[in-house]
Design a protein around this ligand. Structure first.
Ligand SMILES: NC(=O)c1ccc[n+]([C@@H]2O[C@H](COP(=O)([O-])OP(=O)(O)OC[C@H]3O[C@@H](n4cnc5c(N)ncnc54)[C@H](OP(=O)(O)O)[C@@H]3O)[C@@H](O)[C@H]2O)c1
Length: 268
């Protein structure tokens, strides 16, 4: 890796990405630069991964080819105002800031810049995240491929139209919470029938992983999995009927609708 990679904000998501990069690319730590508001946190990340700690965001921008924006949305305005006069046209900005659009970032600069907006979800902590990515018009295929290469260290990357980012928020950002509630509910059912809770979680979580792999790796349609498991007059179809009678699918669709409504309300 020839490129110098900067992270403005050395918090949870920066740590997760750096963890993936250092596991995936040999000696990449020498090319990584970080900054953070509080000194202690920056120093602790520097010591953990042996990366370079910059004193200011401007120093970082001057040193790097790729700049990850990893601050909270409310801080992003401050950071963009601080760095705007120092970002060159050849540099690539990769923002992980939820809800901040490419246009929101672009308006800080007099000339259009290469900006990639990305949305990773929580399983990136085990390098099994789903990462959506959209680029500004200035982003070339090489830039996109570079970003995909880097972010593949923490999961599966998909390039989408930016207008789909709102859907991604619900389906990918929020869904680990919904899936976890389903896991808990299944476990409660197992506990009710006498299975120890930790064993129930083990069975359900492995089933979740395995079912996901069948869909992703074997490209088996979810309906086919359901149909295969549901033998005529059998146990699974009795469970499917109980779910459908209580409006499981429409409830889940309404959950997605609630996420979208909340997102739009927050934006207003
Ligand atoms: N965590 C995730 O899984 C995840 C997933 C998708 C998207 N994101 C997005 O990633 C962004 C960061 O989230 P996070 O969970 O990593 O938050 P976080 O742990 O709070 O990290 C943000 C970091 O930014 C630092 N910071 C604040 N002001 C700064 C400044 N002016 N210059 C440089 N650094 C500054 C903070 O330092 P101090 O603590 O010292 O103030 C903090 O370490 C958010 O916009 C979020 O939407 C996160």
């Amino acid at each position: 890796m020839e490129k110098q990679i900067g992270f403005i904000g050395a918090g949870n998501i920066a740590k997760t990405i750096i963890n993936g990069l250092t596991a995936n690319f040999q000696e990449i730590n020498k090319n990584i630069y970080i900054t953070n508001r509080s000194k202690g946190k920056g120093e602790s990340l520097r010591n953990k991964f042996q990366v370079n700690l910059c004193h200011t965001n401007i120093e970082l921008v001057k040193n790097c080819d790729i700049i990850f924006l990893c601050v909270k949305p409310d801080v992003s305005k401050l950071v963009l105002r601080e760095i705007k006069d120092h970002v060159r046209d050849d540099q690539l900005i990769i923002s992980v800031i939820a809800g901040v659009t490419i246009d929101d970032i672009m308006k800080y600069f007099e000339q259009p810049k290469k900006v990639i907006r990305t949305m990773p979800n929580i399983p990136v902590v085990v390098r099994e995240g789903m990462i959506a990515l959209s680029g500004s018009n200035e982003v070339s295929d090489d830039d996109l491929n570079l970003a995909i290469d880097l972010l593949s260290s923490i999961g599966r990357v998909d390039v989408i139209e930016e207008k789909m980012m709102d859907v991604v928020t619900g389906i990918s950002g929020c869904s680990p919470a919904f899936l976890s509630i389903f896991v808990e509910a299944l476990a409660d059912g197992a506990v009710l029938q006498g299975m120890p809770r930790d064993k129930a979680y083990q069975y359900i979580a492995q089933t979740l992983v395995g079912t996901g792999k069948m869909i992703l790796e074997e490209e088996i349609h979810p309906a086919e999995i359901k149909d295969t498991v549901s033998s005529p007059g059998g146990i699974t179809i009795a469970g499917v009927y109980a779910l459908e009678k209580r409006g499981f699918r429409s409830t889940v669709m309404e959950v997605m609708e609630a996420c979208d409504e909340k997102l739009k309300a927050l934006r207003r």
